[in-house]
Design a protein around this ligand. Structure first.
Ligand SMILES: NC(=O)c1ccc[n+]([C@@H]2O[C@H](COP(=O)([O-])OP(=O)(O)OC[C@H]3O[C@@H](n4cnc5c(N)ncnc54)[C@H](O)[C@@H]3O)[C@@H](O)[C@H]2O)c1
Length: 407
């Protein structure tokens, strides 16, 4: 039985580890967070994803999944650690420290014949840099195989996509690419495409930049349409009836660990030439602040400028997309924070998160106080689309920034 170590037990690594355990691999889930390791070893989960709790419980009780702080000798190592970024002046800088640390930690246990696959989203050239690091550590890259295989799953539907999506595998060597492609046949029934590591890295960044640019187009339209008194959703539905037009939905911005982050990885390496990609990021960021202004404008129209301080605003949703608990890069968090900082009395209704960064959330729309309040729908959670919620929301001054009420 092959032993697979999955490094990083987060939204990507944990479902993958549980799936591999179900497919008969002996899986070690490695994470630097002891709490995460303890939770998994007790058969529990620390993140919300449909079917994940059951899958992890089964994997742990079958004996095929065990979590640990330290990596041990394995046949295959899959790196699923975070790759955030920060801004240095105006230039986005990817943080590759977690990937680097994960590689440093496995170097002492690597053996000839091992396969290392990087799944973390990385700037172009990262796999080659890791290859050089391994060579410097005295390892033979013809004996230890290194590949890059980006993850494309959609949170909220991870198991379905993990087992069905096509995969792109880029090898440091051709042999590594072939070996990695063979391994992914155990995971997905989709097609597996082999390429070099730089193309595979760029492919992931391209997919998410494409979506970011398309959403920026919709968000820009939404602000123009607001000036013109046109409903942007009606407009885009009509435009999408054209056989070659497919505009994505406007919203309060773009969030999450992928679409709001990955385009910067392209911009950071080629600041001068990434004009559209950079502009799209800026439009999507600007849209969130436009939403804040719209909410304040609404309050102003009700109570005037003197009585705005302490006015109660209900913000519906805090996560970056519907029906998950992930708030990373969430536009809703920015909106809520801005409103609180400006002295409004903000009540966050969020069925999937109890508490975030000093903000306590309530699970349901409080029916007794909703009238005569301003309500901003920031996330399309299923709970906000029920007929009961719609009735409640009809009584308030509701600003629907994600089309929850028109879907
Ligand atoms: N979440 C998504 O929807 C998604 C989709 C596709 C790709 N990705 C990419 O996958 C990667 C992982 O994302 P995620 O959402 O699972 O992150 P996450 O933050 O949910 O999980 C990462 C885990 O890695 C652990 N970790 C950090 N450093 C480590 C180390 N050196 N060794 C072992 N564990 C370590 C952290 O404690 C954490 O539990 C990122 O590069 C991300 O861009 C994410």
């Amino acid at each position: 039985m092959k032993v697979v170590s999955v490094l990083g037990m987060g939204y990507i690594g944990l479902p993958l580890a549980a799936l591999l355990a179900r497919r008969g691999f002996q899986v070690r889930g490695v994470d630097v967070a002891k709490q995460v390791v303890d939770t998994i070893n007790s058969g529990g989960v620390h993140i919300v994803e449909p079917h994940l709790d059951k899958a992890v419980k089964q994997a742990v009780s079958s004996g095929n999944l065990q979590a640990d702080i330290q990596p041990r000798i394995s046949d295959i190592f899959i790196v699923c650690v975070p790759t955030p970024f920060f801004f240095e002046k105006d230039i986005p800088v990817p943080v590759l420290d977690y990937v680097s640390e994960a590689i440093d930690n496995i170097i002492p246990v690597l053996e000839p014949g091992n396969l290392i696959v990087i799944e973390s989203t990385c700037p172009v050239g990262t796999t080659e840099a890791i290859g050089q690091k391994l060579s410097k550590a005295g390892l033979d890259l013809n004996a230890i195989h290194l590949a890059y295989c980006p993850e494309r799953v959609l949170p909220g539907n991870i198991f379905e996509e993990l087992t069905k999506n096509d995969r792109v595998v880029g090898g440091y060597t051709e042999a590594a690419a072939k070996l990695a492609a063979k391994f992914y046949e155990n995971i997905t029934s989709g097609s597996i495409f082999i390429t070099d590591s730089k193309t595979a890295e760029m492919c992931k960044l391209t997919e998410n930049s494409f979506r970011d640019v398309n959403i920026a187009f919709a968000n820009e339209l939404s602000m123009i349409c607001d000036d013109e008194g046109i409903d942007v959703r009606v407009l885009t539905d009509l435009a999408n009836r054209h056989p070659r037009v497919n505009i994505l939905r406007a919203g309060p911005g773009v969030g999450g660990h992928c679409i709001a982050v990955d385009p910067w990885f392209i911009v950071s390496r080629n600041f001068q030439k990434s004009q559209i990609i950079k502009a799209a990021r800026e439009v999507n960021i600007k849209k969130t602040f436009w939403v804040v202004d719209k909410i304040i404008e609404k309050v102003h129209s009700i109570v005037g400028s003197k009585n705005m301080r302490g006015f109660r605003i209900f913000c519906l949703g805090l996560t970056y997309k519907p029906d998950i608990d992930d708030v990373r890069e969430s536009p809703a968090v920015v909106v809520v924070t801005q409103l609180i900082n400006q002295g409004f009395d903000v009540c966050v209704v969020e069925p999937n998160v109890e508490y975030f960064d000093g903000v306590e959330c309530v699970k349901n729309i409080p029916r007794e106080v909703i009238e005569e309040s301003v309500v901003a729908i920031l996330v399309n959670h299923r709970e906000f689309k029920t007929s009961e919620s719609r009735q409640l929301l009809a009584k308030a001054d509701t600003l629907d920034f994600c089309g929850a009420l028109s879907l």
